[in-house]
Design a binder for this molecule. Structure first.
Ligand SMILES: *Cc1c(COP(=O)(O)O)cnc(C)c1O
Length: 394
C-alpha cells in the first residue's frame, strides 16, 4: 500500500514507539507522587517539556501538554476570548479555511456574544497580511490564523501577520499542527503568542499535543480538577505519550531540511504528472505549500468514487476533508479559495510520507490518470461538458 494521507495522521517513528514502550514499562509512576518512582516520571515529563520548548524557541513553562491539536486550539481561543472580554474586547479575527477545531469554537463564541470576522482566502490559498490589518479594531481580542492549511498545504505569512498583531496590541494564535516539523518555527522571531501542535501529525502518538502560550498570557481551563500543568489542565499526565511525542518532534525537526528537500522534489514531480490530466487544476500556490502536499481538482468526477477506486489500487488518499466524510458538502477550504461546488467535489489530496519513492510517484500518477478517465467515461456531468451543454471551468 502507498500511504498518501500523512496530513490526516502519520505512522509513529521507531524511536517514538521505543520511548513509549520504555516509559509504559519502566516508569508508570504518577508524576504528582512524592516518592522517587513518581519523581522519575515527573523528570521524564519535564525533560519532554524542555525538548518541545527548545524546538520552537520557547521556554519550558510556556508549554502546556494537551490531548492534541483540537484541544490546544479550543483552549487557546477560549482563553484569549476571556482575556479580551475582561477588557471589553469581544472581536475575533480568523479565516474561512481554518480547521473545524477553530471554526466550531468560533461559532460557539459567536453565540456567546463575540463578534467574529472570517477573512476570505485568495485563490492561491494565502491570506494577505494587509487584509488582517484592515479588519483589526480597538475591540479585537484575538487573531487566529493557521500556519499551514491541512487540505491544500498553503503556508501563510505568519511572521508578518504576527508583527501586525503586536503593533496593534492584539493576541495572535496560530494552529501550526500541519506546519511544525515541515517549516522552521520560532515563536519569538515570528511574533506568535500562542501555537497549537499535535503529536500524531509528526510521527508521534495519537492523543498527544501541546499548546504554547507566551508567559503572561492567562490561560483558562477546559478541564477542571487537579493541579497538573500549572493548574491549567487537570488529569494525570499521559507521560508515555508525551515522552514519545517529544522524541518524535525532535527527530522530525532534526531531519526537517533533508526531508523538505527530498519531498519537494517528489511533490513537484507528482504535481507535474497530475497536471497532464485535462481539465484539472492544482489547489493552492505551487510553491508556498508544504513539501508533502498535493491537492487537485478534476472536473466532471466525484472525489469519493476516486478515493474508493484508488484504494482498490492500493493507494490511501483523501478528498482533503476527512472531517466531512459522510456529508455531501464539498470542502469548506476549496469553497473558501473560490472553487465552485461542482469542481470542489472532484478533489484529491495526496499527502506524502518521507519514505515515498520515485516508483510510488509514477504509480500514483498512472493510477490517478486511469481512474479519472474511467470515472469520466460514465459521468453525466462530464458528458454535458464535452457536449458543450455545460461550460468547462478548469
Ligand atoms: C489534525 C489537525 C488538527 C486536530 O489535531 P488532533 O490532534 O487530531 O486533535 C487541528 N488542526 C489542524 C490544522 C489539523 O491538521
Amino acid at each position: 500500500m502507498i500511504y498518501a494521507d500523512n496530513a490526516a495522521t502519520t505512522k509513529m517513528s521507531d524511536l517514538a514507539i521505543a520511548k513509549m514502550v520504555e516509559v509504559i514499562d519502566d516508569n508508570y509512576g504518577n508524576p504528582s507522587s512524592l516518592y522517587r518512582f513518581g519523581q522519575r516520571a515527573k523528570e521524564i515529563l519535564e525533560t519532554a517539556r524542555e525538548e518541545v520548548a527548545s524546538v520552537i524557541g520557547a521556554e519550558p513553562r510556556e508549554i502546556l501538554f494537551t490531548s492534541g491539536g483540537s484541544e490546544a486550539d479550543n483552549q487557546a481561543i477560549r482563553s484569549a476570548a476571556l482575556i479580551g472580554k475582561e477588557k471589553g474586547k469581544t472581536h475575533i479575527i480568523s479565516t474561512k479555511f481554518e480547521h473545524h477545531a477553530v471554526l466550531h469554537t468560533l461559532d460557539k463564541l459567536e453565540k456567546e456574544g463575540f463578534e467574529i470576522t472570517l477573512l476570505d482566502v485568495h485563490e492561491d490559498g494565502l491570506v494577505r497580511p494587509e487584509e488582517v490589518a484592515a479588519v483589526i479594531t480597538d475591540k479585537t481580542a484575538l487573531v487566529t490564523i493557521m500556519y499551514a492549511n491541512n487540505e491544500i498545504g498553503t503556508i501563510q505569512p505568519i511572521a508578518e501577520i504576527g508583527k501586525i498583531c503586536h503593533e496593534k496590541g492584539v493576541l495572535f494564535h496560530t494552529d501550526a499542527v500541519q506546519a511544525i516539523t515541515h517549516v522552521p518555527i520560532n515563536v519569538v522571531e515570528q511574533n506568535i503568542d500562542m501555537l497549537s501542535a499535535s503529536g500524531h501529525k509528526f510521527h508521534g502518538p495519537k492523543g498527544t499535543g501541546f499548546l504554547y502560550a507566551r508567559k503572561g498570557i492567562k490561560l483558562s481551563n477546559l478541564i477542571e480538577g487537579g493541579a497538573q500543568e500549572r493548574g491549567k489542565r487537570a488529569g494525570t499526565e499521559n507521560v508515555p505519550g508525551i515522552a514519545a511525542m517529544a522524541v518524535a518532534l525532535k527527530e522530525a525537526t532534526e531531519k526537517m531540511e533533508e526531508t523538505a528537500k527530498y519531498l519537494t522534489e517528489k511533490r513537484n514531480k507528482l504535481i507535474a504528472g497530475l497536471a497532464e490530466i485535462e481539465h484539472s487544476a492544482l489547489n493552492g500556490d505551487a510553491k508556498k505549500r508544504l513539501p508533502s502536499n498535493v491537492n487537485f481538482c478534476f472536473e466532471g468526477i466525484e472525489g469519493e468514487s476516486l478515493l474508493l477506486l484508488l484504494d482498490e489500487k492500493g493507494i490511501a488518499a483523501s478528498s482533503g476533508s476527512a472531517c466531512t466524510s459522510g456529508s455531501l458538502d464539498p470542502s469548506h477550504v476549496l469553497l473558501a479559495i473560490g472553487r465552485v461546488h461542482d469542481v470542489a467535489h472532484g478533489s484529491l489530496r495526496l499527502s506524502l510520507g518521507e519514505d515515498v519513492t520515485d516508483e510510488d510517484i509514477d504509480y500514483m500518477i498512472n493510477a490517478v490518470k486511469e481512474v479519472v478517465t474511467y470515472l469520466r467515461s460514465f459521468s453525466p456531468i462530464w458528458r454535458d461538458l464535452v457536449a458543450g451543454k455545460k461550460q468547462f471551468i478548469l
